[in-house]
Design a protein around this ligand. Structure first.
Ligand code: BTN
Length: 267
């Protein structure tokens, strides 16, 4: 088992990033996102990070739980205070998916796919997810928390996840140094967050995210999907709109996926 939570090491190795001196580690916690939202409410600064070895109530998108096996995964949440509108929060999620994809490739050589908005997949199975939550006024985000969960050294999954989940260890047939992966992920996030922080560069940064999503995700265009929204519908993905939302071509025209996720349509 590789150690993850050497707080001093993390704070020093990441000394040249926005996270320097702001990383807190926990051996067990309910949810790093829940804790980070609470800390942000109490004034935690931009770049504060909470990492845990175990979550007893890890949360996923929607009302889902996040399976958080102790000492096997990466469970981390980042507090950010960007000058953006609530409608632009999706960019944080898309940028995080791209950042995690890059970090995983750098550390393992594995090139993950991104299922919009930000599930990371290997061989069609999910190994990482991102939960972005925020506290906002109508016109501005006060703070957001970006939660990243990664199945790293999991050897097996509970029955309900066996068909859909994987881990880096399962894919590579070896264990991964979680500390190295956490550092690579936070380095990638330093770059992604910096690009979205400056109002004068925001439009260029989002253009770049749209381009990268087109290149780095097979789900953005030409994939037949079921949209898990309201009554549910089927169509073929047709790119992202200017706000980063997925477009789906259906028999009744182009529809925009607003709140739901997508899964591959069979047959
Ligand atoms: C999803 O794909 O549904 C998102 C999963 C996000 C899980 C991470 S683990 C760290 C952080 N704390 C949580 O409770 N959730 C996120």
């Amino acid at each position: 088992m590789t150690a993850l939570l050497d707080t001093d090491l993390l704070n020093s190795v990441l000394g040249d990033t926005i996270f320097a001196g702001k990383i807190q580690t926990f051996s067990t916690i309910d949810s790093t996102n829940t804790h980070a939202m609470r800390e942000a409410q109490n004034g935690a600064p931009h770049g504060a990070v909470m990492v845990a070895e175990e979550q007893t109530a890890g949360r996923g998108r929607g009302a889902h739980a996040w399976h958080s096996e102790p000492h096997a995964g990466l469970y981390a949440s980042i507090v950010v205070r960007p000058s953006i509108r609530p409608a632009d929060a999706l960019w944080l999620s898309l940028a995080t998916g791209l950042g995690v994809q890059r970090a995983v490739e750098n550390v393992t050589g594995l090139v993950a796919d991104i299922r919009w908005p930000n599930d990371l997949l290997l061989n069609g199975r999910k190994f990482a997810g991102i939960l972005t939550e925020m506290n906002a006024e109508a016109t501005r985000v006060r703070y957001a928390v970006i939660g990243i969960g990664m199945n790293v050294n999991h050897g097996a999954f509970p029955p309900e996840l066996q068909e859909t989940a994987t881990s880096l260890r399962v894919e590579l047939d070896r264990t991964i140094d979680r500390s190295e992966l956490l550092i690579a992920t936070l380095r990638a996030m330093h770059t992604e967050i910096a690009a979205l922080m400056h109002p004068q560069n925001f439009a260029a940064a989002t253009e770049r995210i749209l381009d990268r999503m087109e290149q780095k995700s097979t789900w953005v265009r030409g994939k037949r999907v079921v949209v898990e929204e309201a009554e549910g519908y089927t169509g073929v993905t047709a790119g992202l709109n200017a706000l980063g939302f997925l477009q789906v071509a259906t028999e009744s025209g182009i529809r925009t996926v607003l709140s739901g996720g997508v899964r591959e349509a069979k047959g």
